[in-house]
Ligand binder design. Structure first.
Ligand code: ATP
Ligand code: MG
Ligand code: MG
Length: 353
């Protein structure tokens, strides 16, 4: 059979490797950390840095198609691999999503509304941006932020200074976003194949704790109009990027009916883990189908459900959770349960449709 190369060996790489194996593919992972979650299920692991040219050459040799499981893959690596093999999603999607400024510009150019934002290169620019946003906002580093890391919140209360805020994000090139007073956070998981076919899963409603996704619930409690707007925006983005594969896109829903895009991830997404328990074809299988030229699968939901992330010590609850009926448990094989570390997730089926 053919072989799929996956850059990144975290839990998303692991779940992609499982889905690939179920469809008869071999997988090769490129990951610097030898004992990564994906190493337990992949056929082969190349233990090297993501920009190691020898390792990239070897990955290209071994693979028929190459994908990735995180958005901070060096763009140079994706472009180098693209010279000899198909890389999906395209390197352009990586490039756009790696920098919150290019990401927001791209979304806005497509007519997809976001929170107001300003580029912040230094303390003085932060001061000015804060003034423009009434002292409120969320400062985020342009690059490498995830799980709410690299962010500082300004609530407009006395004592907050641009100096301290900028220092809190390591004085790195950043963006200030207006503070959005949302009623709900929702997300879309959607797929596009090379022929341009698009499939969209049902919208999920997400709750974050300390910047980390805690749960995703389907169906959402927002209006179907709002859900439709989110799906439309995802379609527009997939087309705008000439995208191939699965993409996750996050939104803020406001009380007045406005929908604002927050960010997107050019990969399978944590808020789409529920699909493995409530759809015939999971987001992971869908991604493998899209990048290998197989027909896209059915995205219909056969059950209502709630996905809960198992973070850090939550892992201790697994023996109890396993006694629940209708609970689909998925663990990532990580040995050490550090605080804030995603150890697994459980999707509880709440109603069969
Ligand atoms: P992820 O792990 O999803 O990639 P991230 O580190 O890229 O997270 P964001 O998604 O930008 O961070 O923000 C994390 C959370 O912080 C959001 O889901 C939301 O709850 C809150 N948040 C982010 N931006 C804003 C904003 N402009 N206004 C209000 N809340 C926000
Ligand atoms: Mg993010
Ligand atoms: Mg996010």
């Amino acid at each position: 059979g053919s072989t799929i190369g996956i850059i990144g060996g975290g839990q998303l790489g692991r779940m992609l490797a499982i889905a690939a194996a179920r469809l008869g593919y071999r997988t090769v992972i490129l990951e610097p950390q030898a004992d990564c979650p994906a190493a337990q299920v992949a056929n082969e692991v190349i233990t090297a840095a993501y920009d190691d040219h020898d390792a990239l050459e070897r990955l290209a040799e071994l693979s028929d198609v190459i994908t990735y499981e995180f958005e901070n893959v060096p763009v140079d690596s994706a472009e180098l691999l693209s010279e000899t093999k198909s890389v999906f999603p395209p390197a352009e999607a990586l490039k756009v999503s790696q920098d919150r400024v290019t990401e927001k510009r791209f979304l806005n150019k497509l007519g997809i509304q976001t929170a107001q934002w300003r580029v912040v290169e230094n303390e003085v620019e932060l001061e000015a941006a804060l003034l423009a946003f009434g002292g409120k906002g969320i400062l985020k580093t342009r690059r490498f932020g995830y799980d709410g890391k690299g962010q500082a919140k300004f609530s407009g209360v006395p004592g907050e200074t641009a100096k301290a805020g900028f220092a809190a994000v390591g004085n790195a090139p950043s963006i200030l976003e207006a503070l959005v007073d949302f009623t709900h956070e929702i997300s879309v998981i959607a797929a596009r194949d090379e022929a341009g076919n698009i499939r969209v899963y049902d919208i999920a409603e997400n709750v974050h704790k300390d910047g980390i996704l805690a749960s995703s619930t389907v169906p959402v409690s927002v209006s179907s109009t709002m859900a439709g707007l989110a799906a439309d925006a995802a379609r527009k983005l997939l087309e705008g990027l000439n995208y191939v594969g699965v993409l996750g896109m996050e939104f803020f829903a406001l009380a007045n009916g406005t929908l604002l895009a927050n960010e997107f991830a050019p990969r399978v997404h944590n808020s789409g883990h529920w699909t493995e328990a409530a759809c015939a074809v999971s987001q992971f299988e869908q991604h493998i189908r899209a990048i290998t030229g197989l027909p896209l699968g059915d995205t219909r939901r056969h059950s209502d459900c709630v996905m809960e992330n198992l973070i850090g010590d939550d892992i201790a609850r697994v023996p109890e959770i396993l006694k629940e009926s209708g609970a689909v448990v998925h663990l990532y094989g990580k040995a050490e349960a550090r605080p804030g570390r995603k150890m697994g997730h459980v999707t509880r089926i709440t109603k069969r449709l």
